[in-house]
Write a protein that binds this ligand. Structure first.
Ligand SMILES: NC(=O)c1ccc[n+]([C@@H]2O[C@H](COP(=O)([O-])OP(=O)(O)OC[C@H]3O[C@@H](n4cnc5c(N)ncnc54)[C@H](O)[C@@H]3O)[C@@H](O)[C@H]2O)c1
Length: 309
């Protein structure tokens, strides 16, 4: 019998995690405090699976994957026999605190309790728990069945073995774990995104580049490599002698540009300008269609990258 994963909270992210784990062969129980959300999750998943299959991102038949997902009537039934709990409740610290207290009381020792929180450190909602050593953040990117990286962020008291077990589990689920060794705001992925987006706003605010050309610079420039290499690998391959050689050549430029970088004040005017520039190329009436296009493109990129680590 396969191992069971408990998915708690069946909104956007909970239902996406159910797909990830069931696709990899795990049994999944899913529960939401709102019974209607649990039901809606099943419909959503049933719609997504054939698309994933068509894109080459689902090895088994959609019906077989769907059959591994069981809606649970109670939280206790959801947790029964699970090896890992993936929590996807609301992004509010009091809500996480209450839910983790409930989970810690119900889950037998040894069951890992992971939160999908986008930005609340695990220490903020697990400190007082008896089982706090088995709690951590496992932060996905939406939707995790298309974007495999998952940031594992332990609290200071999370046991090392729990991080190791979660890393191994996520790998078996087809995800790519990255461990964030200590608690920092935004974890790693969002800090990187914020560095780039803030500088993008700054360059537009300073009149250096238009929003359209800024996007072109990333999608036809930096981003081309970044879908299959990280920034360190990029610079390593950009100089014949590797990272040290690269820094010997460009280190002074890095120092100069960093010294010029200051936090960007994203005023309503600046945000409004960028919003207006986007609307000029994509009217709001076409926004949803473009989101669907993005997901199809992402599936194509993923299918190409299949098996890459
Ligand atoms: N949406 C994203 O892009 C994204 C990305 C990464 C991480 N996350 C994180 O995932 C978590 C869930 O976000 P979402 O976007 O799925 O939100 P959502 O609003 O779609 O879903 C939250 C669900 O939690 C349920 N819920 C409320 N109280 C509960 C309780 N006590 N027990 C069980 N379920 C409860 C709600 O009924 C709802 O279905 C958040 O912590 C969020 O920060 C979201």
């Amino acid at each position: 019998m396969s191992e069971k994963i408990a998915v708690v909270g069946a909104g956007l992210i909970g239902r996406a995690w159910a797909i990830v784990f069931a696709r990899a062969g795990f049994d999944v129980a899913i529960w939401d405090r709102d019974a209607a959300a649990t039901g809606a999750a099943r419909g959503f998943i049933a719609e997504r699976l054939p698309e994933l299959r068509a894109a080459g991102l689902l090895d088994d038949a959609p019906e077989a994957v769907l059959a591994r997902i069981t809606p649970a009537g109670t939280l206790a039934a959801c947790l029964a026999g699970a090896v890992h709990v993936q929590e996807n409740g609301p992004e509010r610290v009091e809500a996480k605190r209450a839910l983790f207290a409930e989970l810690d009381a119900l889950a037998p020792p040894g069951m890992v309790l992971a939160s999908s929180t986008s930005g609340i450190p695990a220490s903020a909602f697990t400190e007082g728990l008896r089982g706090r050593g088995r709690c951590l953040v496992a932060h996905p990117v939406n939707p995790p069945y298309l974007v495999p990286v998952v940031e594992l962020c332990p609290a200071p008291w999370t046991e090392e073995a729990v991080v190791a077990r979660t890393r191994a589990l996520m790998q078996r689920a087809g995800q790519v774990p990255a461990t964030v060794k200590r608690e920092v705001a935004g974890f790693v992925l969002n800090r990187l995104q914020i560095a780039l987006v803030a500088e993008a706003f700054r360059l537009v605010a300073d009149g250096v580049v238009s929003p359209e050309d800024l996007d072109a610079t990333v999608k036809h420039g930096l981003g081309l490599r970044w879908s299959f290499m990280g920034p360190f690998e990029t610079i390593d391959l950009n100089a014949p002698g590797g990272v040290e050689d690269y820094m010997a050549r460009y280190g002074a430029l890095y120092a100069q540009v960093q010294a010029e970088m200051t936090p960007c004040d994203m005023t309503p005017e600046l945000v409004g300008d960028v919003h207006a520039a986007r609307r000029a190329v994509l009217p709001m009436t076409e926004h949803a269609a473009r989101q669907a296009w993005r997901d199809r493109r992402l599936m194509g990129v993923l299918a190409q990258k299949k098996g890459e680590r």
